[in-house]
Design a protein around this ligand. Structure first.
Ligand SMILES: Cc1ncc(COP(=O)(O)O)c(C=O)c1O
Length: 377
């Protein structure tokens, strides 16, 4: 079978994990955790990085530290994996869903501006939704599938409305906007290292920030808020969200290979773009202007995408449909969804992701292309 996107563990993973086993440093502290935090901060161009047990935990802690509270609204694109919507509910807030652009599938910043101008006010230094009176203290712009949101438009708009930016950069490690890395624009940026991401630790995440005080608080909250090095004194409700050393060891080895992985993902995307360009109705995800994408998960719009998915499955080629938009999930169906034409609904029903593991061979990519051509022939 040609899988969709699987780990590539061809580097120093065994050696570094063995080092943990040999020394018994397998748990939640250790030199690899520190190294993983250091290399991650350096790679993403931020001052500090705090390792977490997964990307959802990174989002949860970031929302808490951004001061999001019970009864607030947090802006989120309607097209996203569900994790940030869940994290928003963990802090008692609701997602405020905004539709996406038809070509890039990223949050539509012009539509967001219209919403803020028409339906929100600034009162006592906080943005509020006029109808519900709810505070809107934060946004989670999700950089979808390795692309990025238009940051030149987003950042000044958020500053104008006093809305803090927590970037969900879980799919965009290595992507840049005008040369600046995804995850380095907001007060926080969150990464994920789950199994299908561009690098993996099996499960893991990272909080990126330029604010050293917030980094300290993030570390504190992810370690059960233990406030004394010896005594078991905890000064608030904390969380057991630490990354363990054994997984950080994998992460350090993966980070060493990241530039090569990004290069390979880009080559795969170019092969698909060239091979599929004459397929009627086919359109690959467009990259936002000024973005250099990591091309994490190659995805396109296809005619009869569902039939194509079944056809490819029968040929042992694993593909994946797009996420069901948040407004169609029972947990978020009653939340505000601002849209003019429900682009998210349209995109969702026509998209398919194709195999693009960094260790896929050129022959396998060509095999996928040939089978797609056969389907349309
Ligand atoms: C957009 C997005 N946000 C958040 C997450 C959550 O990351 P994790 O699975 O590490 O909790 C993921 C990946 O799984 C994701 O794709």
């Amino acid at each position: 079978m040609i899988p969709l996107s699987v780990p590539n563990l061809a580097g120093n993973e065994w050696q570094y994990v063995k080092e943990c086993l040999d020394t018994s440093w397998v748990s939640s502290v250790g030199s690899f955790v520190n190294r993983m935090e250091e290399v991650s901060a350096e790679f993403s161009g931020v001052n500090k990085a705090v390792a977490t047990s997964n990307g959802t935990a990174a989002l949860h802690i970031s929302l808490l530290l951004a001061g999001v509270q019970q009864g607030d609204m947090v802006i989120l694109p309607n097209i996203t994996f569900v994790a940030p919507a869940n994290a928003i509910t963990y802090v008692g807030a609701n997602p405020l869903l905004i539709d996406v652009y038809e070509d890039t599938w990223e949050l539509d910043v012009e539509l967001l501006e219209l919403f803020l101008d028409e339906e929100c006010i600034i009162s006592n230094g906080a943005c509020r939704h006029k109808i519900s009176g709810k505070r809107i203290p934060a946004i989670v712009p999700v950089h979808v599938l390795g692309n990025m949101v238009n940051m030149d438009k987003l950042m000044p708009l958020m500053a104008k409305y006093h809305i803090q930016v927590i970037e969900d950069a879980t799919e965009s490690l290595g992507t840049t906007y005008k040369g600046k890395p995804a995850g380095s624009f907001g007060v926080f940026g969150c990464l994920s290292y789950n199994g299908n991401k561009i690098i993996t630790t099996g499960g893991g995440g990272m909080i990126l920030t330029n604010n050293e005080q917030l980094a300290k608080e993030a570390k504190h909250l992810t370690t059960q808020a233990k406030a004394d090095p010896l005594e078991y004194y905890h000064d608030q409700v904390g969380y057991n969200y630490r990354m363990v050393n054994i997984l950080a060891a994998m992460g350090v080895a993966q980070m060493e290979q990241l530039p090569g992985f990004i290069q390979r993902k880009r080559e795969i995307a170019e092969m698909y773009n060239a091979g599929l360009k004459n397929i009627p109705g086919f359109r690959a995800q467009q990259t936002t202007e000024h973005v250099t994408a990591n091309c994490w998960l190659y995805t396109g719009v296809f005619n009869k995408s569902n039939e194509l998915m079944h056809f490819l499955t029968a040929k042992d080629i694993q593909t994946r449909p797009f996420w069901v938009p948040m407004n169609r999930l029972p947990a978020f169906a009653l939340d505000t969804y601002y849209t003019k034409n429900d682009i998210a609904g349209k995109v969702y029903s026509t998209c398919l992701s194709l195999p693009c593991s960094t260790n896929i061979s050129d022959d396998e990519v060509n095999f996928v292309i040939e089978n797609i051509k056969e389907f349309y022939a």
